[in-house]
Design a protein around this ligand. Structure first.
Ligand code: ZN
Length: 105
């Protein structure tokens, strides 16, 4: 158990974020994302967020465990990438379609 540097509560080391105040507990957060099964199976993208340094590193890995390429993004570009990757909401019905649907009820 360690003490959270933000709130001082005791926190198990396996947590990434303090369960009491949500402060990040690791200086580096890493996630792997598998490649598309039909297009890029055996490859993965690793995203590392360097919390204290304020940048994100994106790397492409193959099945041998070697990084094929990597690039570091500043926080603004990383946020823009996140917005780009976010699911696109379904198109809203037009006002006319909404009125027709309301009239049917
Ligand atoms: Zn805390």
């Amino acid at each position: 158990m360690d003490a959270c540097s933000q709130c001082g509560e005791s926190v198990d080391r396996r947590y990434r974020f303090c369960p009491w105040c949500a402060a990040p507990l690791r200086r580096k957060l890493v996630e792997f994302f598998r490649g598309h099964a039909a297009i890029d199976s055996g490859r993965a993208v690793r995203v590392s967020r360097y919390v204290d340094e304020g940048h994100v590193r994106v790397s492409v890995w193959d099945e041998t465990g070697e990084a094929l390429a990597a690039v570091s993004l500043d926080e603004l570009e990383a946020a823009r990438l996140g917005r780009f990757l976010a699911p696109v909401p379904p198109p809203r019905a037009s006002l006319l379609e909404q009125l027709r649907e309301a009239a049917r009820r």
